[in-house]
Design a protein around this ligand. Sequence first.
Ligand code: G3P
Ligand code: MG
Length: 251
Amino acid sequence: MRSDNWPYPRVVAHRGGGTLAPENTLAAIETGARLGLKMIEFDAKLSADNVVFLLHDDTVNRTSNGRGAAAKLRYDEIVTLDAGSWRDARFAGERMPTLEQVAARCKALGLAANVEIKPCALRDVQTGRLVAEEAAQLWSSSAVLPLLSSFSYDALAAARDAAPELPRGLLFDGVPADWRAQTEALECVSLHANHRELTERLVAQIKAAGLSILAYTVNDPERARLLGEWGVDSICTDRIDLIGADFFDRA
Ligand code: G3P
Ligand code: MG
């Protein structure tokens, strides 16, 4: 059974537009929206001068035409980089957007947001605090608040302290034995798990603890259907072409 108090759509586009667009860009978000998705996940971190912007890796190397560590680059340097061409020439000129730009685009397109706090090394607390403070302000008038998540316990603790009103989900790759204690301490509404780690029994235990579950990254429709049957509340997918917004209505 899905959680009654979970306000989020059941299908979430991973990194904005899954595999159909350069990850963590405005083009990705627009792609997700064009395919009918109602919620997107993206990765947020700090530039050297503490601007919150979107990037998955610690460096800009894989997903732009630049080189270097995000923590060492100022945002006025980052914004000059092409974050689209590596994916496809038709995305040339895409930038790594700020959280402010992303919030504006999500609101304009009617998209709910899962803001994954992705700190660079040794910046967990600062990143968690600054992302949460900014998200609270940017979405202050929104009916559906952004869902903050992180693999970093320290980042999510800082987010809790900075903006306790924003819902939080703790991300796990392997779900540890003390998942209950960690999510309780962080006052989480949800647990976000690698779908490969989930079993029907573990899903039931997590739900019995009062948590909603978001499973990532689910690209096989059959697996998505099974997770839905077990009671997983939402899935995050790269394959928004196969697993659309109405996937579970049709299942
Ligand atoms: O939030 C779910 C998923 O995005 C976590 O993994 O590495 O794609 O950020 P990653
Ligand atoms: Mg992510």
